[in-house]
Design a protein around this ligand. Structure first.
Ligand SMILES: Nc1ncnc2c1ncn2[C@@H]1O[C@H](COP(=O)(O)OP(=O)(O)OP(=O)(O)O)[C@@H](O)[C@H]1O
Ligand SMILES: [Mg+2]
Length: 275
């Protein structure tokens, strides 16, 4: 039997918040469990309001901060026990982040194409400039860009939407099995959000990559996700197939969210623009 791609077992995260002398602790994530199968790539959304623990969860999945309770396993390997350079490098290749602010993903003083070449050399074994350029171009084509469009340009010379696409391309270069996208479109112009969000579904199908899509926006998550979990104050209050959860929400918070989705859907139907 193959191990799941990702498995969270009763995961918790407690921060020793409140400054040096304070004993106050912040329980950001409480007893979260879910599994992403290795065989079937999916878009898995984690939805919740600000402060519900989404980014804390994302960081643990990315191996940036360990769980204080429970375990995070990637392909059966407990991330708290990941040892050695080779194992860490392999994990980095397979699990790639996409952040909210694409300007933070790039060095402002480095040309975007050069940054992609460096990723190709460091994480995808590209040997020599032609191989690095080919890897960068391949990844850029997957997100609807091309190397010719980006060559020689600095991050500030691209639009936010272009730069976020380039950040997604950078994440694709190592050939990951899982993308962890934490609010990837909340800083993108509203008119471009749906095209970027839909890109995740296309990547799932074309590249067989799973996507952990983190958002506060249930309406968008619903349209692109296979499964969703809804978090409130660090806990999962609802989980399952996106359509099933929305058809029968049980927690008051999800019912409230559902109403917000229905109003968006109503607007879509009126405009005839539902994706
Ligand atoms: N490094 C930290 N030290 C102390 N407390 C933290 C730390 N990071 C997050 N927290 C706290 O943990 C809780 C969850 O934060 P988190 O950033 O995970 O929420 P979020 O769902 O991502 O919110 P947002 O939608 O605003 O990004 C919050 O109460 C936050 O203040
Ligand atoms: Mg966050």
């Amino acid at each position: 039997m193959t191990a799941p791609l990702l498995e969270l077992r009763h995961v918790g995260k407690t921060y020793a918040g409140g400054g040096l002398l304070s004993r106050r602790k912040v329980s950001a994530v409480k007893d979260v469990s879910f599994t992403l199968a290795a065989e079937t790539p999916e878009v898995f959304a984690i939805i919740g309001e600000s402060g519900s623990g989404k980014s804390s969860l994302a960081r643990m999945v990315l191996g940036m901060g360990t769980a204080t309770e429970g375990q995070v396993l990637f392909r059966g390997q407990d991330l708290a026990r990941l040892r050695g350079r080779a194992a860490r490098l392999d994990f980095m290749r397979q699990v790639q982040p996409i952040f909210q602010n694409p300007f933070e993903a790039f060095n402002p003083l480095t040309r975007v194409d050069r940054y992609l070449y460096a990723t190709a050399r460091n994480l995808a074994g590209a040997d020599g400039q032609p191989a690095a350029e080919a890897a960068a171009d391949r990844a850029l084509q997957q997100v609807g860009l091309s190397l010719d469009e980006l060559r020689g340009r600095f991050p500030h010379e691209l639009s936010g939407g272009q730069l976020q696409r380039a950040a997604i391309a950078r994440a694709l270069i190592p050939g990951p099995a899982l993308l962890v996208a934490d609010e990837p479109v909340s800083m993108i112009d509203a008119s471009l959000r749906m095209t970027i969000v839909n890109l995740f579904r296309e990547l799932r199908d074309r590249l067989q990559v799973s996507i952990l899509y983190i958002t506060h926006d249930l309406a968008t998550a619903y349209t692109i996700s296979d499964r969703i979990v809804i978090m409130r104050q660090g806990e999962v209050v609802e989980a399952g197939d996106a359509r099933a959860v929305l058809a029968h929400p049980t927690h008051p918070y999800s019912i409230q969210l559902k109403d917000s989705v229905l109003s968006v859907e109503g607007a879509w139907q009126e405009e005839g623009t539902r994706p």
